[in-house]
Every structure is written in structure tokens, then in C-alpha cells.
Design a protein around this ligand. Sequence first.
Ligand SMILES: Cc1ncc(COP(=O)(O)O)c(C=O)c1O
Length: 310
Amino acid sequence: MTESMLAKRRSAAIAKGVGVTTQIYAERAENAEIWDVQGQRYIDFAAGIAVVNTGHRHPRVIAAAREQLEQFTHTCHQVVPYENYVALAERLNRLVPGNFAKKTVFVTTGAEAVENAVKIARAATGRSGVVAFSGAFHGRTFLGMSLTGKVAPYKMGFGPLVSDVYRVPFPIGLHGISVEQTLNALENLFKVDIEPTRVAAIIIEPVQGEGGFYPAPPELLKALREIADCYGIVLIADEIQTGFAHTGKLFAMEHHEVVADLTTMAKGLAGGLPLAAVTGRAELMDAVVPGGLGELMVVIQWRLRPPMRC
Ligand SMILES: Cc1ncc(COP(=O)(O)O)c(C=O)c1O
């Protein structure tokens, strides 16, 4: 079937809201290459938007998925738990930045990880306010959209959105916004909109992805850490796009001296399989009552051979 025939079928069968950026219909992919239905080869610079960070069909991902499919696909961890969930949580607790006791919860998508991080922060602090940044992208669910700092195309026609979400400008030199201006906006927000002691969390991408690939300046992250410590606010690093070596280190926050209290992950975590996570300070993670968090497909823990190095 030619690409133009597929494009016709696609537009007849799939909602317009699911936009596409290319007319390349993939037939197969291997490492950094994709072949389309005409046999044309492409080098894949998109990697599923920072998802297949280890390349398409990494042999260890495929082997782990095959092995798991032979065992079981779903038990619901809340009903019948299993070791893969525990082992991967232990591993993330070790690897996510922060020299403190950590715990993890797994969900299915990045937006869900963001939602759960905010749930955890609200439960732990007993507060409701959340501060996010202009240009941020945190997902397409209602809370994800509400935290996202870009109207078109993510929020158009979908309101009303979730309340108690506040926004300050993300510092971008190119757009004439300095760190000082961002911090002044935050101070002003605390004066005119919400007292800092009612803010549960500040959520930030260490490098804005969807917003245009702008790194958060180190002095901003340092100041946010100080403000969070001062007022008992939970600092959430959304590493859904930056995580798993997208910035040269396993997590982008490793480029900085400060650490977040909660880290959200998805995309590169499972190389194209639907898995997301929140890892963070054990005492915050444990603030939610049993049953308040949960649900996902089976966790496929890569069975690394030779044995795990991290
Ligand atoms: C920083 C960030 N947060 C959240 C999300 C939402 O993840 P998902 O599309 O898996 O729901 C994305 C997706 O692009 C993202 O880049």
C-alpha cells in the first residue's frame, strides 16, 4: 500500500486532533533507522520524541518483553504483586538523583506520572496550589493541560481546566526573560495570588522540551530549591523527556547541584513500552494512603546480561 493511500485511510479513520508531522508510514525500524512502506530508509532523529533512547528494537528490550509475554501480561500489582515491579523500583530509587531514602510508584504514561506526583505533593503537604512555567509541557490530561504553559494546540477549547494552578515565565534570554524576572514574578505571585504556605509543589522541566529546548538556568533551579525549602514546597523535576540520557547524563538534574523531591519519568524508561514512574523522598511517597496510587500494565524489568552495572 502506498503512503498516499495510507494517508487517505488515516484521515478517514483517525480523529483530526491527532496531528502528524510527517507522511512517512513506518514499516520497520532498527536502532536509529526507519524504513517506510516503500522501502525508503530514513535516519530517525526523532526517536519517538525521546522514547527509544537506546534505539529501535534494542535486543535487550525485545528479549525482556518476549520473556515477560511468555510468563504473564497482567495480574494488577495491587491484587497480585510480582518481583519485576519491586526490582525496578529498587533500581530507580538508587539511580534517581538525591542522597536520601526514596520510593517509587509505576503508572503507564507521562501525564499520569505528573498527575500522581502532584497527588503525592498535595497529600504530603495538605496544600493545593501548584506552580508551573510558561512554555512547559506536562501532558494532555486535564491536570497535565492545566500545568502546560502553551494554549495552542494543547488547551484550545478544552476548558475549564484544573484550579489552583499558577504560572510564572520561564527564563529564556532569547525572549528577553531573565532569571531575575522569573523570580520577581514568583515573588509577585506569592503577594497577589497565593500565599507560599498554600503551595504544594513547583513543577519544572530541567530542559523544556515542547517549549523549545530551553535548559533551566542553574541559578533558577538553585533559587527554586531555596524557596521550596523555605516554605515547605515540594520541588518536582519532570524528567519525562530529559530522562534516560537524553542530555548526556541519566537524568538532566545530574547536571545541577540541586535535587528535586519528586522526579517524574516515562518515555525512555521503557524504550517504547508504556511505562512511567514517580520516584522521590520516601516520606513524601508514603503520604498517600494504600489504594490512593496504582494501576499499570506489567512492569518489564530488563533482564540485563551481563549483570546490571547500575
Ligand atoms: C516533559 C513532559 N512531561 C509530560 C509529558 C507527557 O507524557 P505522555 O505523553 O507519556 O503522557 C511529556 C510528553 O511529551 C513531556 O515531554
